[in-house]
Design a protein. Structure first.
Length: 393
């Protein structure tokens, strides 16, 4: 005879149900915690991607990358060659007709690369150096330790190239039926945009700090008159013109992007435009020949030939195009530069440091001949015939 199955008591059923419910809740909490951890890790990697992956960029080129193991100043150079010096990361970079070098702040060499360009030209921001072969087809982007990418524009000739505050690059070419073509690339050398000009010739290019906008100065002929224009473009799915404004017949030297304005430093005049509307807000005209100029943090420092005194004149303007102050000097100025808080001037025999009222802060008499210089962390780096020297000022 079959015995009847024992039915569980109601208390047992409740305990089993409660246990299963707790186990399902525990599993759900674990899954949520795991998912949140994955999302957090991915978010942190994305936020700090530049720091995490920066050492890996260009790792394939990090073989035999230096020509010396010595560190310190003076930095020895090949005598007689022309060098371009530019700030880079915590040190500086040098370009000559054969090599690109980068150094740390103590004078130790990070990187040396034989570029192979016939007419090399370089532009740098705080982290990258862009080099292009003017009149040829090739260009490349470098960090302080390696080559990031190398690119070329086939069947076209590079006229100029510019790099933004981040890594976007604008390459201007001359090709076929177009007077100029502008190509935009990202920090990995990927092509993003193309903009063609039939009659205009591009003079300068600059990116907004967020790489959302591109500014170009370009020149065209209008009924026999030369017209220079400043145009702002939005970079989205395609290039769209935001506004354009004509300025007088002049040669654009540099575009400076402010917080709510755009300034154009030209050979005879300084312009300020409203960034949103393109309206001309201010200008200042100068008649003397520019020897050199420098722009930093809304300060425009010029060195002019002063034909009246036979020497030179230093003029400082703000980004409202207002003349802040002027100073006549008896020596010929080789180079002027500003870091936004002080002005540095190189002459044949001296280096001077001025405040923004052009009051002299210091003067150092030079024992040798120097062709270029650069402020670097409270010091000055000077290029001589066969070395880079460091002085405190």
């Amino acid at each position: 005879m079959k015995l009847p199955e024992k039915q569980p008591e109601s208390g047992d059923i409740k305990e089993v149900a409660s246990y299963r419910k707790k186990r399902r809740r525990t599993r759900l909490v674990r899954r949520i915690v795991l998912l949140a951890s994955v999302v957090l890790c991915v978010s942190l990697v994305w936020i700090y991607r530049d720091v995490i992956f920066e050492p890996l960029r260009g790792i394939g080129s990090k073989i035999n990358t230096t020509t010396t193991n010595s560190e310190g100043f003076p930095v020895d150079l090949t005598a007689g060659l022309d060098y371009d010096m530019m700030p880079l990361s915590d040190g500086f970079a040098l370009l000559n007709d054969t090599y690109l070098y980068s150094y740390n702040g103590a004078g130790g060499q990070y990187y040396a690369h034989q570029h192979g360009y016939v007419n090399p030209v370089a532009h740098a921001n705080s982290k990258r150096v862009l080099i292009y072969d003017k009149g040829s087809t090739d260009f490349a982007l470098y960090s302080k330790t390696s080559e990031i990418y190398k690119q070329s524009v086939e069947d076209e000739v590079i006229v100029s190239a510019f790099i933004g505050q981040n890594e976007q690059v604008a390459v201007v070419t001359s090709a076929g039926r177009y007077s100029n073509v502008v190509y935009i690339y990202d920090g990995n050398g990927k092509w993003l945009y193309t903009h063609r000009f039939i009659d205009d010739n591009v003079m300068q290019a600059a990116f907004s700090p967020d790489d959302r906008y591109l500014y170009l100065t370009h020149v065209a002929s209008d009924n026999g008159d030369i017209v220079t224009k400043l145009t702002k473009y939005e970079l989205g799915n395609e290039i769209k013109e935001v506004w354009s404004n004509s300025i007088s017949d002049c040669i654009s030297l540099e575009i400076s992007i402010g917080s709510n304005n755009v300034c154009v430093a030209a050979d005879t005049v300084l312009y300020r435009f409203d960034d949103k509307t393109g309206k001309l807000e201010a200008s200042s005209r100068y008649s003397d020949e520019i020897v050199d100029f420098s722009i930093s943090q809304g300060v425009f420092a010029y060195a002019f030939n002063d034909y009246i005194t036979g020497g030179s004149r230093i003029s400082l303007y703000d980004d409202d195009c207002k003349l802040m102050c002027e100073l006549s000097v008896t020596e010929d100025i080789i180079k002027i530069t500003t870091d936004g808080s002080a002005v540095f001037v190189l002459t044949e025999h001296n280096v001077y440091k001025y405040d923004l009222q052009l009051r002299q802060l210091s003067q150092i008499k030079l024992s040798g001949s120097y062709s270029d210089f650069m402020p670097s962390g409270g010091r000055l780096l000077l290029i001589g015939y066969d070395s880079v020297e460091q002085i405190s000022i």
